[in-house]
Ligand binder design. Sequence first.
Ligand code: NAG
Ligand code: NAG
Length: 199
Amino acid sequence: MAEIHSKSSLLTLAILPLFVIFCINFIVAVDGKSQTFGRVLNPTKLGLKKEKLSHFRMYWHDVVAGPKPTAVVVAKAPTTSKSTNYFGGVVMIDDALTEGPQLSSKLIGRAQGFYASAGIHEAATLVNMNFAFMVGKYNGSTLSIMGRDKTLSPGVREMPIVGGAGVFRFARGYVQLRTHRMNLTSGDTTIEYNIYVFH
Ligand SMILES: *[C@@H]1O[C@H](CO)[C@@H](O)[C@H](O)[C@H]1NC(C)=O
Ligand SMILES: *[C@@H]1O[C@H](CO)[C@@H](O)[C@H](O)[C@H]1NC(C)=O
């Protein structure tokens, strides 16, 4: 019995310092004052209002032909031109976003970014762009969209909204897109965008 007792005392002596160190670490971690790089903020102090859900509809115009293209090829692989789906091609865009389906209708903003052919066996692009708004209280604010578009699909596609700035701070949501018009000779395309966003 005595031997067992002394063994457990030794064990307690060995564990006690570890326990004390653990407690000190725990207290330091819980005490926010020990951190200088981060703190908890009240959302109203940032001027944040109650989150709302907004819907916008607009038309995106990809002009590739003519003297003033808004979509230009900036990179491709040696094999891209021979690929049925133009795999590896990267196109930089500064496309007009308008209220109506005609390019001449009211300008709401511009879609700036790029899309890249990311499908070997199907026409699928990686789209990475910012919708820069230019009207009313949205002027100067942006929504960032990144997703996959099956460009030749006649149906509705969907891409995530990954964030936003200005009135769209903390944005999350999705866009639904449907090709409105495509000129297979020139490549010029108009796509209807329906945006659903919490912000
Ligand atoms: C949008 O903001 C820019 C820069 O602040 C300004 O020049 C332009 O007039 C504004 N446009 C509208 C429609 O308010
Ligand atoms: C399609 O593009 C070609 C070449 O730019 C042009 O000649 C033709 O008029 C366009 N078709 C339509 C319906 O706009």
